[in-house]
Design a protein around this ligand. Structure first.
Ligand SMILES: Nc1ncnc2c1ncn2[C@@H]1O[C@H](COP(=O)(O)OP(=O)(O)O)[C@@H](O)[C@H]1O
Ligand SMILES: [Mg+2]
Length: 464
């Protein structure tokens, strides 16, 4: 090795060693303002995203993250409450790039944003490979294309909004319209190998009920749940979203078809907003800072197809539409990043039809290409009937439409009750892709599109 190259290497190594955990660099807390901790002393050693631990009076170590610098001070935010931390408290530098060691033994378990178990069970096994909590997606050119259909076990989505392996979809709805319920149905009924579910910023009671009642033992069997409730710090809530993806990436690399569900991306965006505003970033749209809109694609892009030979991460992300305003900035941003959106409609839920999917306002961008021609024809036919009924619904309800005046409208009215029935599905009612097509064709008096398609799974095989 040449002399300059050698010294270059040594310099590199020294830098690496400086960044190693355990190599103790200290600073001192010089101010605390709200959630923001200012420290002095180790300025040159830190960059944004690095981790520190502030030592409280009772020796508790409070993990923090560097969120910015101002006027010669380093700004930290804590992952835990700041109780017991005062001026002059010691700050030690922790590992620079936080990682997780997921393993198959995580299935069936509930973990927090640090990947530590919170279900009262035994310690988790550690896998061999480190996964960066803030991992990056594989470079676009090394990724496989979006694959074949993934059976999500929800009839209206399977048939009208078919999701392919590696696709990313948003579920948009106001509160209480059934987002969480749809996710629990998918967790129990999908044919994916592994489900990684991130519960970000929900109330503690909701998260608990969801895990214990909606998922139950059956839903948990092949699932890992990452949870950060609304009472946790914004850093914990934001990191729960990153950790969800990191765990999904582990299973993807094991060649598994992973279904990654997140409830909700809005709470992730809100957590990032709190962090940015505390660090002094000026707000842009509705109080959301530019960083929020930079972080959203970085998070959501991590779902998607893996490299050749790997599995894929199919992502379904819920978006809370505040005040049922589907044009608020987070909805808009997320809709632009994803390959489709599923809109849940309060009016439909109020009529008692669950899942309250508004088929006409929802779209799966990959569906037309992954469907066979007969499947597309069947779905288009049903959509047209629904659209016609919707256009005319006012007149029909008022009794102003005279039957016989228009053949298409007559048919729409005729098939409406059957379609409505088809779209509703009880929580514990499992259904398969093939079953959906067969049933839809049957009710529209058409041929089952899969009957003469040799590549289709045998109809009736996967009847739940
Ligand atoms: N498939 C369903 N069958 C029956 N009721 C449902 C269904 N989905 C949702 N609901 C009803 O809607 C309520 C709110 O659903 P939830 O999933 O908690 O909404 P969100 O997560 O959007 O706030 C549930 O408590 C339940 O009463
Ligand atoms: Mg919910």
């Amino acid at each position: 090795m040449s002399e300059p190259l050698l010294s270059e290497t040594i310099r590199g190594l020294t830098k690496e060693i400086e960044r190693l955990p355990g190599h103790t660099l200290f600073g001192r807390v010089s101010a605390i303002q709200g959630m923001l901790v200012e420290i002095g002393g180790i300025l040159g050693q830190l960059s944004v995203g690095d981790r520190c631990r502030v030592i409280a009076r009772d020796q508790r170590r409070v993990p923090c993250e560097v969120v910015g610098f101002a006027e010669g001070k380093t700004l930290l935010m804590p992952f835990e409450p700041l109780d017991g931390i005062g001026l002059g408290a010691r700050v030690e530098v922790a590992d620079a790039d936080p990682v997780l060691y997921p393993a198959d033994g995580w299935l069936g378990r509930v973990v927090n944003a640090f990947g530590d178990p919170v279900d009262g069970g035994p310690p988790l096994p550690a896998g061999e490979r480190a996964y960066a909590i803030r991992g990056r997606p594989p470079p676009a050119h090394t990724r496989q294309r979006v694959g074949g259909k993934l059976d999500l076990g929800v009839r209206v989505i399977n048939t009208f909004l078919t999701c392919c392996k590696g696709q990313r979809m948003g579920i948009f709805a106001g509160s209480g319209v059934g987002k969480s319920t749809v996710l629990s149905m998918m967790t129990r009924h999908t044919t994916a190998d592994v489900i990684v579910l991130g519960l970000v910023g929900e109330r503690g009671r909701e998260a608990r009920e969801f895990i214990e009642d909606d998922l139950g033992e059956e839903g948990m069997r092949r699932a890992v749940v990452v949870v950060a409730t609304s009472d946790e710090t914004p850093l914990m809530r934001r990191q729960a979203a990153y950790t969800t993806l990191a765990v999904a990436e582990y299973f993807r690399d094991q060649g598994k078809e992973v279904l990654c569900l997140m409830d909700s991306v809005t709470r992730f965006a809100m957590a990032q907003r709190e962090i940015s505003l505390s660090a002094g970033e000026p707000p842009a749209s509705k109080g959301y800072t530019p960083t929020v809109f930079a972080e959203l694609p970085r998070l959501l892009e991590r779902a998607g197809p893996g490299r050749i030979g790997q599995g894929s991460i199919t992502g379904l992300f819920t978006v809370l539409v505040e005040g049922d305003d589907h044009n608020e900035p987070v909805s808009d941003a997320v809709r632009g990043i994803l390959d489709g959106h599923i809109v849940l409609d309060r009016a439909i839920a109020e009529r008692g039809r669950y899942p309250a999917v508004n088929v006409l306002r929802s779209v799966s961008r990959t569906m037309p290409d992954c469907n066979s021609e007969p499947e597309n024809q069947l779905v288009d036919r049903a959509r047209r009937l629904m659209a016609t009924f919707e256009d005319m619904s006012e007149l029909i309800r008022l009794g102003a439409y005279r039957s016989g005046s228009n053949a298409e409208v007559d048919q729409a009215i005729h098939y409406q009750p059957g379609l409505d029935d088809f779209l509703s599905q009880r929580k514990d009612d499992a259904t398969s892709l093939a079953d959906g097509y067969r049933r839809l064709a049957g009710l529209l008096d058409l041929d089952d599109p899969n009957l003469d398609d040799p590549t289709a799974p045998p109809t009736g095989a996967a009847d739940g």
